[in-house]
Design a protein around this ligand. Structure first.
Ligand code: HEM
Length: 509
């Protein structure tokens, strides 16, 4: 007699109907859930680690936090309550100890966590961000590095300067009559134009026209699909067949893929000459032993478009938000810039601005307090490992979030204050080293940001050109609540808005 028949005879059921099947199925699910909670709380290898009860018992805590785009904030609050090593899901630990950063992110014992990064594929192919295998990732990185190198960016600098000048001309023109301006979309236009032009050699001219590009709505949709895919990985295949809003997001991502394939095909036909395309169209991905095909290359382009747009745009948005509320910071910034560049309308070159200590301190302080990759970057232990003296069993996922370690009070006293001068007034090499150890906005190790140099170029030149040319303040209608960092892995202000009052000032009054 089978188990099902046995249960039926036990409950004296003569004839099985649909109701019984549903009833027993539900009962089986409840029993399974209860047993897994008991296992997670009392028998799991991580049972001794502290953390919120719901997080130790099930993945619900982690999933709700993810859905609400609040994961980084919840984990941060849990660290304050439970200590530097906490359990944030039955099989996941979070470390707030700065020493953990390099032990995890530069070690071969840890690989990208499967569910989290598989969900970050865009449409049916892996790209450099989602590849987990160490050798495969290495060969893909080798293929892409050249397109984002310092040499490629130095060649591209004049195009970037033109875009920044066009943006500031737009702002100057629009604020002549009325000084109030919504800058949020404009900064997306600038970073999108920049990455697109760098990749494909064509300027989409969002800044020039003041219009969004169709790809931007696809990228917004993608931010939701990876939350859904983390929950149900098979949506990668089936998402486009889902009804309503959920299906719409997947269908938009499919449109983005078609768009990217078209761009790649046309680049192939024209044998496009940007450093990125030169390398990827002709170079081999050594783990495939061949160049990337159109679909694989389209996916890399989509990854770079996404990686290069919101990250830099939001960093500058937070830089303006934080800086413009502190008149002394603005004054120091403008003094340094105006001493060096007498022409206020100039868009200075990167090399000169990269040596200006206060400009660099303002950028560092922004990336410290508002790291756009705000949350955990989860890795899975491929063998038993030791992190900060704690044994991490094989198969455990661990993560360290920049939002938390960048607020380490030992390295950054009074961590919630935006204080650029902290980067300049350190009086010992030891305290500077401590700050450097903890400060990892672009991550470290083999998965560190591919676009770091591009982001630094863009931010540095933009900060310099903006503060040379404009006097600005945050509009009084802006509320702190609207600037809360929404954690969808890459963070953005929850209100999607930054309204400023600004005035072009070309001479001292
Ligand atoms: C201020 C701006 C930026 C910040 C703070 C930032 C931060 C980061 C961080 C922390 C990672 C590691 C993520 C992880 O391991 O899960 C990363 C990876 C990456 N970033 Fe950025 N990023 C920025 C701008 C850019 C730009 C402009 C691009 C343009 C292409 C870019 C492309 C990438 C790519 C492709 C990866 C994956 C690298 C790999 O796994 O090998 N990022 N970024």
């Amino acid at each position: 007699m089978g188990l099902f028949e046995h249960l039926i005879s036990l409950f004296s059921i003569r004839k099985v109907n649909t109701f019984h099947v549903i009833y027993f199925s539900l009962a089986a699910v409840v029993v399974y859930l209860v047993l897994s909670v008991v296992w997670n709380l009392f028998f799991h290898p991580l049972r001794r680690f502290p953390g919120p009860l719901l997080a130790r018992a099930s993945t619900i805590w982690y999933r709700i936090a993810g859905f609400q785009a609040n994961k980084a904030h919840w984990i941060h609050a849990a660290h304050s309550r439970y200590g530097p090593v906490i359990r944030v899901a039955p099989n996941e630990l979070s470390f707030a100890d700065p020493a953990a950063v390099r032990q995890v992110y530069t070690s071969k014992e840890f690989v990208k966590a499967e569910t989290f990064y598989r969900a970050k594929t865009i449409y049916h192919e892996n790209h450099v961000f989602s590849i987990r295998n160490i050798e495969d990732h290495h060969s893909r990185r080798r293929l892409l590095n050249k397109g984002f190198s310092l040499a490629a960016l130095t060649d591209f600098e004049s195009s970037l300067s033109i875009k920044i000048r066009t943006l500031l001309d737009q702002w100057a023109m629009r604020t002549r009559e009325n000084p109030t301006i919504e800058v949020y979309p404009w900064l997306y236009y600038l970073s999108f134009d920049t990455i697109y032009h760098l990749l494909f050699g064509v300027d989409p001219e969002c800044v020039k026209t003041g219009q969004s590009h169709e790809v931007m709505q696809y990228m917004t949709a993608w931010r939701m699909t990876y939350i859904y895919k983390e929950l149900i990985p098979s949506l990668e295949r089936w998402g486009i067949f889902m009804p309503a809003t959920v299906g719409d997001t997947f269908r938009k991502v499919r449109k983005w893929k078609f768009y990217a394939m078209e761009v790649v095909r046309s680049a192939r036909m024209k044998d496009a000459k940007t450093p990125f395309l030169q390398n990827v169209l002709h170079g081999e991905d050594s783990s495939f032993g061949r160049p990337l095909n159109d679909s694989e290359l389209a996916e890399e382009c989509m990854g770079a478009m996404f990686g290069g747009t919101g990250t830099t745009a939001n960093s500058f948005i937070y830089l303006l938000w934080a800086t413009l509320q502190i008149p002394e910071v603005v004054k120091s910034l403008q003094q340094e810039l105006r001493m060096k560049f007498p022409d206020r309308k100039t868009v200075p070159d990167f090399l000169a601005c990269s040596k200006l200590p206060y400009v660099q301190a303002v950028i560092s302080e922004t990336l410290r307090l508002y790291p756009t990759i705000i949350g955990t970057q989860p890795r899975t232990a491929t063998e038993d490992a030791l992190v900060c003296g704690v044994v991490v069993p094989k198969g455990t996922t661990v993560g360290i979030q920049n939002y938390t370690i960048h607020r380490n009070a030992d390295a950054f006293p009074d961590p919630e204050s935006f204080r650029p001068s902290r980067w300049l007034e350190t009086n010992s090499e030891a305290s500077l080293n401590k700050m450097r150890e903890v400060f990892v906005p672009f991550s470290v190790g083999r998965h560190a940001c591919l676009g770091k140099t591009l982001a630094e170029f863009e931010l540095t030149v933009l900060v310099a050109a903006f503060f040379l040319r404009f006097d600005a303040t945050v509009d009084p209608t802006m509320l702190h609540g609207g600037m809360k960092m929404e954690d969808r892995f890459s963070a953005a202000p929850i209100g999607r808005s930054l309204v400023l009052r600004m005035q072009e000032r070309l001479v001292e009054e």
